[in-house]
Design a binder for this molecule. Structure first.
Ligand code: HEM
Length: 208
């Protein structure tokens, strides 16, 4: 779970950077990024690693939740749960499930359209035939309910990362009195910055 989780975190950074042209209206940069991600041979291999990591991370999560539940005959005492663990650490399974549901809907909207749909094409300034995913993405976020769904999902993702990032280092046995607090601060900052930055895209496109 820790290795696939950290790999997925690194994907989030690349994906966020690739999506930033949506905030500056740079159609060529955005469509160029999508084209590169779907056609460059090395990236294609990394994409298969990514799909495998999503599946493995989800299956591991389900197995771990079931194992944890089976290890106790009675539930944890519900009151004052925060005395022992943060809200996000006690709700990792539900937050992970929400993120997975988001991902399925998200990939159906964009990834499926890009690979198997009929996205209109045009010839870019560099003379390359590009699929115009930019226009489809901008149009999708003009819908209030769709933009809202993204913002709520990004909150779920943010809380999932809030605990998950630092926890993955602990799982890997990388625990150190000096470095663990730094990793925790980094993980929390990462979760806030990444989720707010992703959420800003639908908000910006909805309001512009
Ligand atoms: C406003 C936020 C987001 C936008 C506008 C966006 C947009 C897109 C688009 C246009 C694609 C298809 C083209 C491509 O493969 O690059 C895509 C693919 C994908 N997105 Fe997003 N995305 C967003 C957030 C996220 C988040 C938060 C996650 C993960 C939790 C995610 C996971 C993925 C995955 C796994 C793919 C398939 C990548 C591949 O095939 O290599 N996206 N996204």
């Amino acid at each position: 779970m820790a290795l696939t989780g950290l790999f997925l975190c690194s994907f989030l950074v690349v994906h966020l950077i690739g999506n930033l042209p949506l905030l500056s209206g740079d159609k060529e940069a955005f469509n160029g990024y999508a084209h590169f991600m779907t056609t460059f041979p090395l990236i294609k291999i990394v994409s298969y690693l990514l799909y495998g990591s999503i599946v493995l991370h989800s299956i591991d999560g389900i197995l771990l939740t079931r194992k944890n539940k089976a290890a106790r005959e009675t539930d944890y005492v519900k009151y004052n749960g925060k005395a022992n663990a943060s809200w996000s650490s006690r709700n990792m399974a539900i937050l992970g499930t929400l993120t997975l549901v988001f991902l399925i809907i998200h990939m159906k909207s964009f990834w499926y359209e890009m690979h198997f749909g009929s996205v209109p094409t045009y010839i870019s300034e560099e003379g390359v035939e590009l699929k115009d995913l930019y226009t489809i993405t901008v149009a999708a976020f003009q819908e209030l309910w769709y933009a809202l769904f993204y913002v709520i999902s990004m909150m779920g993702l943010g809380f999932h990362l809030w605990h998950g990032f630092a926890s993955s280092f602990q799982t890997l046995g990388l625990s150190h009195s000096k470095y663990t607090p730094i990793i925790e601060i980094f993980g929390k900052s990462f979760s806030v910055i990444v989720s707010l930055a992703f959420a800003s895209i639908p908000i910006y496109l909805l309001l512009s």
